[in-house]
Design a protein around this ligand. Structure first.
Ligand code: AMP
Ligand code: GLY
Length: 416
């Protein structure tokens, strides 16, 4: 039986642990650092997800057969490179390949060079030059800080005054750090998340999902890490999917190989179906969160075999998906994505129905669950259709008691 170490401690990692626990080959799962919900299915180890040395030593000492990386911060810290150098098997991209997410400018230059459809753009280090360029363009305009900013590095100003203030924050006052800004054309249309298992030139698509990035109902309020998701996405046609695979994901994987940083792991295409065809909004170098929580429960194939095929560069098994569909609601601490308080007790009813609860930010004390993060729970419903999955998830959400959580009731509004 195999021993697996999952790195990370959110809802995404809970869904990865859950999928691994369904593998008949996997005997023991560790999760570093994990969380209260994960601890019911894996042994949580108190090591930070960016402490590469400690993670590597733990894997060596415990004869781990395979490590799986969740968060981008671990990848950007070089965890995959360090594990490989120590002869350990690990699923995830190298630090160099993770740049596709860590640097918006790198991703945009790659797309320009390899003809991958995306919004028109220009990159600036100089505030005056950026402002001149914005003045000549139209509004709204999209300003993206060139670095990891935990989902807060994208601002879409409606006016010149607002754009000017943002450029000052990003380029003069270094509010996000010292960096560049990508100024991008504003696109419109529904977004969808296309995650693929990638091993160099080989690209294996997962079923589609759709996230809900804004904090409040009606897609209002600030951008968040994601407030809910569902899978599959009926408004994306087979032709859109074919185009996304052949014209976006495969050429991107090939571009990474040509640039000398082949990608191994999950390449996440944040795509938009615009009136002029599918275009790339962003790339991520890892599973999406909360998308993973609605995608992996639908996976029929043994995920240990999939991770192994990528980690070892061996043939991929046929990847099968269940007919059953999923929709999930995020329950977040009041105030998120801004400041919020922690430590509120959560009570779950005895019988929640046909749902899975993935813990994003919880802590366990004396047998009781408490909130410990911005996003706290992702409640996923299952059904024959999205309406049924929606109703089951929402009923479960409404039966969970906590004084400091909020959620969007309109998850799936585009398709219901
Ligand atoms: P990103 O971090 O690049 O995914 O951007 C965060 C969110 O900002 C996206 O999910 C979109 O909703 C929005 N966004 C980013 N780029 C554009 C664009 N070029 N046009 C319209 N909306 C965008
Ligand atoms: N839910 C969006 C992301 O994982 O980046």
């Amino acid at each position: 039986m195999k021993k697996v170490l999952v790195i990370g401690g959110g809802g995404r990692e809970h869904a990865i642990v859950d999928a691994l626990s369904r593998s008949p080959q996997v005997g023991k799962i560790y999760c570093a650092p994990g969380n209260a919900g994960i601890s019911a299915q894996a042994e949580c180890v108190a090591i930070k997800d960016t402490d590469v040395e400690a993670l590597k030593n733990f894997a060596l000492e415990n004869s781990i057969d395979l490590a799986v990386v969740g968060p981008e911060v671990s990848l950007a810290a070089g965890v995959v490179d360090a594990f490989k150098a120590a002869g350990l098997r690990i699923f995830g991209p190298s630090k160099a390949a993770a740049t596709i997410e860590a640097s918006k400018d790198f991703a945009k230059q790659l797309m320009a060079k390899y003809d991958i459809p995306t919004a028109a753009f220009e990159t600036f280090e100089d505030y005056e030059a950026a402002l001149e360029y914005v003045k000549k363009g139209s509004f709204p305009v999209v300003l993206k800080y060139d670095g990891l900013a935990a989902g807060k590095g994208v601002v879409i100003p409606e006016t010149l005054e607002e754009a000017d203030a943002t450029l000052k924050d990003m380029l003069l006052d270094d509010k996000f750090g010292k960096g560049k800004v990508v100024v991008e054309e504003f696109l419109t249309g529904p977004e969808f998340s296309f995650m693929c298992f990638v091993d160099g030139l080989d690209v294996y698509p997962m079923t589609l999902s759709q996230d809900h990035k804004r904090a409040y109902e009606g897609d209002k309020g600030p951008n968040t890490g994601g407030m809910g998701a569902y899978s599959p996405v009926p408004l994306i046609t087979d032709e859109d999917l074919e185009y996304s695979l052949e014209k976006v994901m495969k050429p991107t994987a090939a571009g990474m190989v040509a640039e000398g940083c082949p990608f191994t792991g999950v390449l996440y295409g944040g795509l938009m179906k615009t009136p002029n065809g599918v275009k790339v909004i962003e790339f991520n170098c890892r599973f999406g969160d909360p998308e993973t929580e609605v995608v992996l429960p639908r996976l029929e194939t043994d995920i240990y075999d999939i991770f192994s095929a990528v980690a070892d560069h061996t043939p991929m098994p046929a990847i099968e998906w269940k007919k059953e569909v999923t929709m999930g609601f995020v329950m977040a601490s009041k105030g998120y994505p801004g400041d919020y308080e922690k430590g509120y007790e959560i009570t779950f009813p005895e019988d929640l129905g046909n749902v899975r609860i993935y813990h994003m930010g919880t802590a366990l004390k004396d047998g009781k669950y408490y909130t410990s993060g911005g996003r706290v729970l992702m409640v996923v419903g299952f059904g024959e259709n999205l309406q049924e999955a929606h109703d089951k998830a929402l009923a479960a959400v409404e039966s969970i008691e906590c004084d400091n959580l909020f959620y969007r009731r309109d998850i799936g509004w585009r398709v219901l």
